[in-house]
Design a binder for this molecule. Structure first.
Ligand SMILES: [Zn+2]
Length: 172
């Protein structure tokens, strides 16, 4: 995290002041983005006061603040990402809705998709299709044994570069 800060001793006063301004801007950004509670806001202000009062320890303090801001922003971004994911899940359309909007059902794996050509090249389509055909041939209670066996053969083939046997498409 602090790779930029490791050479602060060799920094010119100009570089140090640039770093100070960066840290300050990060703090202000943080305050804007995160809408901190009073305690966090006070902490940020205290940090700035420390910077101002104890100029001797300024570099170390800058490093600490920059790190704290980075860490907090990482957490904030991660939280935002999770929220977006949750939102997307809620937006997921049902098969009926998709079909109404021009999607088609894949005969191989039964999924409803918009781009059939592209979908037919995916692993999930190939493997589901394979499982379906296997279930017809060997019966539902036997299928897991066969799938495990096929997976072992696939990974053996890939490890030993026998790509012909590592490819699901050969089992079409
Ligand atoms: Zn499919």
């Amino acid at each position: 995290m602090a790779q930029n800060a490791s050479n602060t001793e060799t920094m010119t006063p100009r570089e140090q002041s640039t770093e100070f301004m960066d840290a300050l801007n990060s703090l202000l950004e943080l305050i804007e983005e995160l809408k901190p509670n009073d305690g966090q806001y006070l902490q940020a202000c205290n940090d700035l006061k420390t910077l101002n009062d104890k100029k001797v320890v300024i570099n170390q303090k800058i490093i600490q603040i920059v790190e704290r801001v980075r860490n907090t922003r990482v957490v904030a971004e991660h939280t935002a990402r999770l929220t977006r994911k949750e939102h997307r899940k809620q937006m997921k359309r049902t098969d009926t809705e998709k079909l109404r909007h021009g999607a088609v059902r894949c005969v191989r794996c039964d999924r409803v998709v918009f781009n059939l050509k592209e979908h037919r090249t995916t692993y999930v389509c190939h493997s589901t299709g394979l499982h379906k055909r296997l279930a017809v041939k060997v019966g539902k209670h036997e299928i897991n044994r066969y799938i495990n066996l096929i997976n072992s053969i696939n990974s053996w083939a890939e490890k030993t570069r026998r790509y012909k046997f590592g490819n699901f498409t050969m089992l079409k």
